[in-house]
Design a protein around this ligand. Structure first.
Ligand code: NIG
Ligand code: FE
Length: 420
């Protein structure tokens, strides 16, 4: 029987495949993007059936029945973008904090006054599951329009078992109905809730004894994450929690050394976290510990921009040390109220000094590995998911260069055209 091809995307001016040996791309490997001029991609059953130059793909498909041909008009195509760090599900918004910020209040000052994360906790607790679903769906629609085909979604604005489960259920439901595939992270250790003020150890105990086992039992999250920061959770508390999460079978990640260098990166190395995020203040020895343990560094340049910080994650140093770097929006209502990963890509270029090749690596294959999806997403290779973006761009450098606009022309998710 003739091979059945559902979709053939042809006339791709530059096809960035990210093909290579399995595993995140570390250090200088981040510059190898597997670009093919005059490319084509054939899709069958939601997966990639053939990829290469158009001439090679057409030869491979000889005799195949092709249902739909799509002309990419000489544009740039890449793997679907992956946003590996978002706080997608939350109630309300925090534009009222802008005035405080303009008066010079810092993120931790607003938080210490009971605002910040805690104000979103109040709004999220008040919201019904359906309200949260509607709000998160709008954001997920935006992410898709900007080329994101897989994203991570953290809980962490409930901080009671019931309210954390409510958030995780929203992500679970969205995952069943929305083209963007979600990977869920339990982040009950996002903040010490008001009712536990001054009793962080007791709250950590509650997380370990009640919340983690129940989230696991319901199968609502693959990862567990914690905000290890001065005034939030100490290194010791974070270690206790994440060690317990690991023993229950969660993969672990960490908000580490965002504002103050308290040893979060070192802890991520010690625990063998899949990833550590933020890392603006991470020390060289912390980064080296991560490198030795194969922890992926997830940089969040939209957050440092939005917090009006003058320092940024030291992506160049990370790459020099041989770390795998991924990029994400950190979409959340406080420190990074944007779903726009293309903006994060521009900021990674201008503020972190990353090259266009390193940037696309960071939002595709390395982002996939940062959320445990490297085996099926993040690169365009035979047998992997047919998640593809065609950009209104002549080449890779054009994406971070021409900034602030949406470059997406077409998005294909699991072989289906979902944005055009
Ligand atoms: O990744 N740093 C901690 N958590 C989020 C911010 C959450 C918020 O402000 O609502 C972050 O930046
Ligand atoms: Fe975050």
């Amino acid at each position: 029987m003739a091979q059945q091809i559902d979709l053939l995307i042809h006339n791709i001016g530059t096809l960035v495949t990210m093909r290579g040996t399995p595993g995140p791309r570390k250090g200088s490997e981040m510059s190898e993007v597997g670009a093919i001029p005059n490319g084509a991609i054939a899709v069958s059953g939601g997966l990639i059936a053939a990829v290469g130059t158009e001439a090679d793909v057409r030869t491979a498909l000889e005799g195949a029945a092709i249902a739909t041909e799509y002309d990419a008009e000489g544009l740039l195509a890449t793997p679907g973008l992956i946003d590996p760090h978002t706080h997608l599900v939350h109630g309300g918004s925090r534009e009222h904090e802008l005035a405080l910020k303009l008066q010079g209040a810092s993120y931790l000052e607003i938080l210490a006054q009971g605002g910040g994360i805690l104000s979103t906790v109040r709004a999220t607790r008040k919201a019904s599951e359906d309200e949260l679903f509607r709000q998160a769906k709008r954001s997920l629609d935006t992410m898709l329009e900007y080329g994101v085909t897989t994203a991570e979604a953290k809980s962490g604005y409930g901080l009671t078992l019931e309210d954390e489960i409510k958030q995780l259920r929203v992500a679970h439901r969205l995952n069943q109905v929305h083209p963007v595939q979600l990977v869920s992270t339990f982040m009950g250790a996002h903040m010490v809730p008001e009712e536990y003020k001054g009793r962080a150890d007791e709250y950590v105990q509650l997380l370990i004894e009640e919340m983690l086992p129940e989230v696991k039992r319901q199968g609502l999250a693959e990862f567990c994450d914690a905000f290890c920061e001065h005034g939030v959770f100490t290194v010791k508390q974070t270690e206790r929690l994440l060690a317990a999460a690991k023993s229950l079978g969660f993969s672990v990640k960490l908000h580490a050394d965002e504002i103050e260098p308290i040893g979060g990166a070192e802890l991520a190395g010690k625990l063998g976290c899949v990833s550590a995020e933020h890392l603006l203040a991470a020390s060289d020895s912390g980064l080296e510990a991560m490198q030795r343990a194969g922890v992926i560094a997830v940089c969040l340049p939209a957050t440092s921009f939005n917090l009006r910080l003058t320092n940024h994650a030291r992506a160049r140093r990370m790459i020099e040390l041989g770390l795998a770097v991924a990029l994400a929006t950190d979409y959340n209502p406080g420190s990074s109220p944007t779903e726009n990963i293309q903006l994060a890509m521009t900021l990674a270029c201008l503020n972190l000094g990353m090259t266009p090749e390193e940037i696309i690596t960071a939002v595709t294959i390395n982002a996939a590995y940062a959320i445990g999806r490297g085996d099926r997403a993040g690169s365009l290779e035979v047998g992997k998911q047919a998640d593809i973006v065609v950009f209104n761009a002549p080449n890779l450098a054009y994406l971070p260069y021409h900034f602030g606009i949406n470059h997406v022309n077409t998005v294909v998710k699991l072989g289906r055209i979902v944005v055009s």
